[in-house]
Structures are given as structure tokens and as C-alpha cells.
Ligand binder design. Structure first.
Ligand SMILES: [Zn+2]
Length: 466
């Protein structure tokens, strides 16, 4: 993302100083880009810095939005960083990128780490595994072998069970469908026949049947045992049988994730509170997560850019949560770290998770609530959509607790999750959901991303001015 302001002004913002802006409405003092931690260090209402008459006051929340810049963030998160599973180097690289983009906008950035326990993952590679962005990350069996790299010829197990294995599999990488199969017995037989690794696929995962999964073993095995998604299985069968496939596995005993936060100061002082605009930036293992949730991150960063100089009485707190996909751990860590005062200041939480799928049936902008009850943020979003002529696309509030808004709702803060999803229901996810082909070219709709950005920008500003 490119900064949109002259260097001199950006530098001043980076210093966290007082910036006086003039416009049609007169002089407005706006202290931008200071962290939440130094509240009270300066009075944001005193404007003793020299006015800069050449800088126009920006009052329109929509004027600075740039969907191409947002799509570039999606591309960088999915192509340059790739998979961003909690506690892995990919997630850390994504946090670094997000923090850098916020700093480039002039924000002071707070990065707050938290532990996510033991994590493990795998990566497949080989001359037949295409490098078109398709994700070859996979889950591992916790009781399989980790921190190892093996290469072997890919052999499909015809029937899937141990009895179907050929006698000699020396050095082979086995590929088996394990629905209804005793994976422990299969792994034991594979070890006896000299296999190098076992790749499992399963159709047992209901909503996310294309998602990688951790195979379950009753005993420890000296073999790397990996669980791939159906989308990956299809490609392995079509392109990679009898070719060399490399399997790498890693275990991270004490993995760390982090939240990335930046505050756009309001003009009203601390007692006017703050509005949180957030998105999770991590992925499940086995996807680069374009719609889930690089698009949501891009939306939040775009609002951070476009609303930086749009005055509101309340603060805007932009939060990019880590480790959502393993149990809302980033938002949980943020919630727990809040002091009672900070908790009281939160006026609402706008969570943007899965905002812009290309799925044809996703013509409804869903308003979701952990408790199913409409609250102030839903009302602000509906009013924003109406202002844009999109009210008929907005759903009634539906119960849905499987994202970060749940943590804030649980402590009594008005919170909701918002995004374009299937008209028939928010659980009818696109086929790329949590799958290796949730790619920016296939699953991020430009118009839906733009309208989600516009609705959220208007809603955030309305909440912060109310
Ligand atoms: Zn998500």
C-alpha cells in the first residue's frame, strides 16, 4: 500500500504530534496515529500547532477509499506471504506486513503477542505440484513424525486400507482416502513396507470438506502422517501420481501469535470512547485465505487509510487479530488484556470476516451476532447500507458466534460480523472455504469488496460520531 500524503505531513503524523487542519468548517485539531497506551499525554482538543492551510479537511468517509489498493493488500497477503496459520512463520510475516503498512500510513502500531501452545504443520512440494498460488500446506497427525523432510514417488493406495498395500513400498509417499479406515493400522503397515510418508484425505469434514485435517493415530509412528484437503487430493491424483513429492513437517512446541493494533485519535477526548474495526489475518492450515480473510484485512487497512484524516469524536481502533481459526485466540487475548476503563470505552466492534466471495449466490450482506440480537453496530451498518442504496441486500440479524466479534459480545459490548455470504444462509460457504484454492483471482469479488468497504466506512464513522 502506498501512502497518500506528502512526506512532510506523514512525518509529522508519525511523531504523533498535533496536526491542525483547516477546511470549510473552520479549524479542527486532530491528533492522529498515537497508540492507545499514551492516552492523556496530550490534550487532543488544544490546537497550538501552526495551521497548514494548504491541507484540506476531509469529511467524506468514502472519498479516500481505493479498492485497487485494497486488492493489492489481498495480493500481497496471499501471494507474497501465503499461508498464515496461527503460530507459524507465515502468520508472523503477515503481522510484519500489516504493521509496516499501518506505519507507512503514519500510525503508531502496537503489536501484542500471546501464546497459542503446540502447533504443527506440513508442506508438500515437487515438480508436479503447480506453483500457481494453490496452497500445498497441510495438517499433520500429532502422533506422526515431525521436523523431517522426505522425498518419494507418490503412490495411491487403491482401497485405502492396510490390506490393500503392495508388499514393497520402499521410499514411497502413500496417498490414501481414509474415510472409515483404521489410520493407525494403515500407518503401521506403511512403515513395515518401507514407505517414507503417508498422505491422508477424508470426506468426513462436513462444512469444510475441502479443508486439510489432522489424522488421528492411536499410537506414535516414525512416519510423517499428513492430512490433505479434497481439493489437494484431486490435484495430487491428476498431476502427481508416480512423480516425486517432498513432504516437510514441523512442530512448534510453544508457538506465539500476535494482534496488530493502531489508533486513529478522535477529537472528543477519552470519554468519547472508541469504535473497533477489525479482521483476523490468520488462515487455517492449507489455504492462503483470500476471502478468509485477506479481504477483511484489506478492508480494515483501507479504512485506516481513508479515515485517517476524517474527524470523529470517538477514537477508531483498528485491530488485526491473530489465531482466529484455532478458537478466536487473538480476540480473546485482546479482551483479556483490556483494563476495566478500556473495556468501558469500547462503543462497538465491527468484525469483517469473509467479506467478498465471488460465489454467485452471495448476494446478501449478512449481519451476524453471537447472541442473535440486533445491537447498535447492526443498526449503524443497516443505516450505512441504506445511505448507499443497498438496504435491500442487508440481512436481518442472524445468530453466528464463530468469529472474533463473539469475544466482545460475551462481555456486553455491541459487536457483529459483516460480509457478503449466500442469500440462502450465512453457513452456506463457498466451495473454496478453508480450501487450497481460496485464491485472490478466484474468490475475491471487486464490487463486493468495494461495497463492504463503503458500508463499513460509513458505519464506523457514524458510530464514532454518535
Ligand atoms: Zn475467517
Amino acid at each position: 500500500m502506498q501512502a497518500t500524503t506528502p512526506t512532510s505531513r506523514r512525518s509529522a503524523l508519525a511523531l504523533g504530534g498535533l496536526i491542525a487542519l483547516t477546511g470549510g468548517a473552520g479549524l479542527v485539531a486532530l491528533r492522529a496515529a498515537t497508540s492507545a497506551g499514551d492516552a492523556g499525554a496530550e490534550d487532543p482538543r488544544s490546537a497550538d500547532a501552526a495551521p497548514t492551510p494548504s491541507t484540506p479537511l476531509q469529511t467524506d468517509p468514502l472519498a479516500g477509499l481505493d479498492v485497487d489498493r485494497a486488492l493489492d493488500v489481498v495480493r500481497r497477503l496471499t501471494r507474497e506471504v501465503g499461508q498464515r496459520a496461527a503460530g507459524t512463520p507465515g502468520e508472523a510475516a503477515a503481522a510484519d506486513l500489516i504493521a509496516r503498512l499501518l506505519r507507512d500510513l503514519g500510525y503508531e502500531v502496537e503489536e501484542s503477542p500471546f501464546t497459542v501452545g503446540h502447533r504443527s504443520h506440513a508442506l508438500l512440494s515437487g515438480p508436479s505440484l503447480t506453483r500457481d498460488g494453490f496452497c500445498w500446506g497441510a495438517e499433520t497427525a500429532p502422533r506422526g513424525r515431525h521436523d523431517v523432510t522426505v522425498t518419494g514417488r507418490l503412490v495411491a493406495v487403491a482401497g485405502g486400507s492396510a490390506a490393500d498395500l503392495p508388499a514393497d513400498l520402499a521410499g514411497a509417499v502413500l496417498l490414501a482416502e481414509v474415510e472409515g479406515v483404521d489410520v493407525t493400522a494403515l500407518a503401521t503397515a506403511a512403515v513395515e513396507r518401507g514407505a517414507a510418508a503417508l498422505l491422508c484425505a477424508s470426506a468426513e469434514h462436513d462444512r469444510a470438506r475441502n479443508q486439510a485435517f489432522p489424522p488421528e493415530l492411536d499410537d506414535w509412528t516414525p512416519l510423517p502422517v499428513v492430512g490433505v484437503g479434497r481439493t489437494q487430493l484431486t490435484r495430487l491424483r491428476a498431476d502427481a501420481l508416480d512423480t516425486e513429492v517432498t513432504v516437510q513437517t514441523w512442530a512448534i512446541p510453544e508457538a506465539v501469535s500476535r494482534n496488530v493494533l493502531a489508533t486513529r485519535r478522535g477529537t472528543g477526548g477519552d470519554d468519547r470512547g472508541c469504535v473497533i474495526v477489525g479482521a483476523h489475518y490468520d488462515t487455517v492450515i492449507g489455504t492462503v485465505g483470500a476471502n478468509d480473510n485477506a479481504a477483511g484485512v484489506a478492508l480494515v487497512l483501507e479504512l485506516a487509510a481513508a479515515l485517517r484524516d476524517v474527524p470523529t469524536e470517538a477514537d477508531l481502533l483498528f485491530v488485526l487479530w491473530g489465531a482466529e481459526e484455532i478458537g478466536l485466540k487473538g480476540s480473546d487475548a485482546h479482551r483479556r488484556a483490556l483494563t476495566p476503563d478500556q473495556r468501558q470505552r469500547i462503543r462497538g466492534v465491527l468484525n469483517n470476516d469473509m467479506v467478498a466471495t465471488t460465489m454467485a449466490s452471495a448476494d446478501r450482506y449478512w449481519m451476524l451476532a453471537a447472541d442473535g440480537e440486533e445491537n447498535a453496530v447492526h443498526r449503524a451498518v443497516r443505516a450505512a447500507a441504506a445511505e448507499l442504496g443497498r438496504e435491500s441486500a442487508v440481512s436481518e440479524v442472524e445468530t453466528y458466534a464463530q468469529s472474533d466479534h463473539h469475544q466482545y459480545d460475551a462481555m456486553g459490548v455491541p459487536a457483529g460480523n459483516f460480509g457478503w455470504r449466500a442469500t440462502g444462509g450465512p453457513m452456506q460457504s463457498e466451495p473454496q472455504f478453508h480450501a487450497a484454492d481460496d485464491l485472490p483471482e478466484q474468490n475475491v469479488d471487486r464490487d463486493r469488496l468495494r461495497s463492504a468497504m463503503e458500508i463499513q466506512a460509513l458505519a464506523a464513522v457514524a458510530l464514532a460520531r454518535s
